[in-house]
Design a protein around this ligand. Sequence first.
Ligand SMILES: C[S@@+](CC[C@H](N)C(=O)[O-])C[C@H]1O[C@@H](n2cnc3c(N)ncnc32)[C@H](O)[C@@H]1O
Length: 287
Amino acid sequence: MINSDARSFDEMNKDWVSGQQSEFVVTNKRTNLKIIPYIGCKAGFNEIFDNIIPANLPCHIYDVFGGGGAFSLYACNRFGSHRVTYNDNNPIVVNLIRHVQTFPTRLWELYNEHYIKSSTEYYYQVRNLCLENGVEGAANFLYLAKNAFSGKIRFNSTNKFNSPIRKGSTCPKVYLDSLLNLSKNIQDLTIMNEDYREFACVDNSFLYLDPPYFNNTNGHYNGVLDLGEFNQFLRAIESKNKVVLSEQNHPDLFEFPESYTVRSITLMRSLQYITQNKSQEMIAFNY
Ligand SMILES: C[S@@+](CC[C@H](N)C(=O)[O-])C[C@H]1O[C@@H](n2cnc3c(N)ncnc32)[C@H](O)[C@@H]1O
């Protein structure tokens, strides 16, 4: 059980983090791997992905916990969108990615209608509208995501978006040419809205796994994963696929076989759950 072991995870992690010589450092510089701000976003990881993912990758690529889509965007840029599948179990986020792909101009027009009307009162009105269906839902969510407090998108356990508005700043502009470029890059991306366990039978493929971190109780996503089930999933896929896992916890939690290499990463400004100057995580791969 994750909760009953939480203290020992924390203690184990403290030792691990303080003993780490970071092999990769991620700064907060702008990248083109971002549609919206997203908790746990990997938009700053392109050099890490360049470093650990071989150029010769003759197989399909799955972004199983796709979230804001940074890894999918990276993989589409590098390998071509016809070779990539994005997945997330949150229908609101998936609906946005689908409409960036299929109706970027209409999405942009609807966003601009929000932009013109934007105010604190208006933000809370939009929060009560449908976010998960059609291009209107996608534009509603895009507007909320762009204006959420501290860029921190949060859903409750019934998948209701519940971030407050960012204080004291104006609604950011979305540029049509940026949206059209993003859309073009993901034209042949396969987009799915499934639980990660649906991918347990995938073989001869590359899977990038960026699940909600197991020791985190801040609850930004619509649920938490069971560690035992997740490890069973890892055992099911790792013998027949190339697997990369991003995580914050001690690697021992995942009972990796010897085939894995673990590299540590320092995030210079936390892209994760709490505002802090630095945080540590790891990336593990089995090839
Ligand atoms: C750490 S975030 C991924 C961030 C992403 N890599 C990015 O760069 O934006 C984890 C994602 O896993 C999704 N998720 C949570 N439980 C899931 C499940 N059972 N199956 C599939 N996705 C899940 C959440 O909705 C969230 O978007």
